[in-house]
Design a protein around this ligand. Structure first.
Ligand SMILES: [Ca+2]
Length: 380
């Protein structure tokens, strides 16, 4: 009898582990797939310097930001010599020219958005500016939001328009963990503003651009194609409180508190929102995208995450049900093959593009770096 009770309690214990650790990624579903799943890879563009964000325009042009302060234009698959725009940035540490975004009504609203670090007096700050598209160049139009905390480290920097037509901005806590919980600071947050830089009426905190808080250094934004739910990637501690790893993918709820620095990992502690995915081993995630086109139909609705130090793209297969999202499988593609990867995006042609960051001072540049590669259907 005693043995039976012991076995039963062991069974319940194991069962509870399976459910409790549902969000921590077990090694068995986090696997390496060197060549990806039925895909090929080719070089698209080379000779870039620390490309940070790639955006396609509906007319086939593409723009790529280089962290030292240039937006480069790619026309008919050729990188144009003259920069589309040169922006006076503070290229210090991880700061500089970061995310790009394109107005959802482009070209009727011919605007490109860029986030960058700048210097004001002795302080480093971040801001989002808007450029007007003039064909081969972009002309400064206006500042959308400024005075976002900036520093040598943790500037956030991803900007993306959501399916609601609003601009979402990730900001870092500049290695000052107190900022993340402070609703008076714009650091360690995801912000949401209108395309004109105003505060939307339905933001969670009155007269504030803050959409969610308690973030450390969020680096990527993507919306699940079928429901429009927002996901964000975030770097966990790199030594604070003697902790490392704990990198996250979060499902972002309006007004949610994502825990930094009160909670590290999954703690089920109110009012903090736990990550959907927690990598206990360091997997610093950067830009990400859900694949929604048909060219690579077996990848539909999968989340692709660019990673830096772990030098791979992570493909995440999710199952959406009424209980939320469940992670079915994770594959690390191209591990240590192309180097550090900063961003992964879907092109207007339905292929997947990714940017290396081997010239950012932390990588090993190969000849021709940095590059934009593209993932194409496998041809036999
Ligand atoms: Ca968190």
């Amino acid at each position: 009898m005693r043995k039976k009770i012991f076995e039963l309690s062991l069974f319940i214990f194991v069962l509870s582990l399976i459910f409790i650790s549902g969000n921590t990624i077990a090694d068995s579903i986090d696997i390496s797939v060197a060549d990806g799943d039925r895909v090929g890879v080719e070089v698209w563009i080379g000779g870039l310097e620390i490309p940070w964000s790639l955006k396609f325009l509906p007319d086939g042009r593409a723009l790529v930001s280089e962290r030292p302060g240039r937006i480069r234009l790619i026309k008919n698959g050729i990188l144009q010599k003259n920069p589309y725009a040169e922006i006076d940035v503070a290229h210090v540490g991880e700061g500089g020219l970061l995310g790009l975004a394109v107005h959802t009504e482009f070209p009727i609203k011919p605007y490109i958005y860029a986030m960058h670090t700048y210097k004001k007096g002795n302080s480093l700050l971040n801001r989002v500016i808007r450029l007007k598209d003039m064909g081969d160049r972009g002309k400064f139009d206006k500042v959308i939001i400024d005075n976002i905390p900036g520093g040598r480290f943790h500037n956030g920097g991803r900007i993306e328009f959501g399916p609601d037509g609003m601009l979402y901005i990730t900001t870092g806590e500049i290695f000052d963990s107190n900022l993340a919980q402070d609703l008076k600071s714009l650091g360690g947050k995801i912000l949401r503003v209108t395309p004109e830089g105003e505060i939307p009426q339905d933001n969670p905190f009155k007269d504030s651009p803050i959409y969610s808080y308690g973030h450390r250094n969020p680096q990527g934004l993507a919306w699940y194609p079928e429901t429009g739910e927002l996901f964000s990637s975030e770097h966990g501690p790199s030594g604070e409180f003697l902790r490392f790893g704990n990198d996250e993918i979060n499902l972002i709820k309006k007004g949610g508190n994502y825990g930094w620095p009160e909670v590290i990992g999954i703690k089920k502690k109110t009012p903090y929102v736990d990550p959907l995915i927690l990598w206990e081993k360091t997997t610093p995630p950067s830009g990400m995208t859900f694949y929604s086109a048909n060219k690579l139909s077996h990848l539909k609705n999968d989340l692709f995450v660019a990673t830096l130090r772990s030098e791979c793209i992570v493909r995440i297969k999710l199952l959406k049900s009424s209980n939320g999202f469940k992670v079915l499988r994770m594959e690390r593609w191209f591990e240590n093959k192309y180097g550090r990867i900063r961003d992964v995006v879907q092109g207007t042609d339905g292929l997947i593009y990714f940017l290396t960051n081997n010239r950012d001072g932390r990588g090993k540049p190969r000849d021709g770096d940095d590059r934009i590669y593209r993932i194409i259907p496998l041809t036999k």
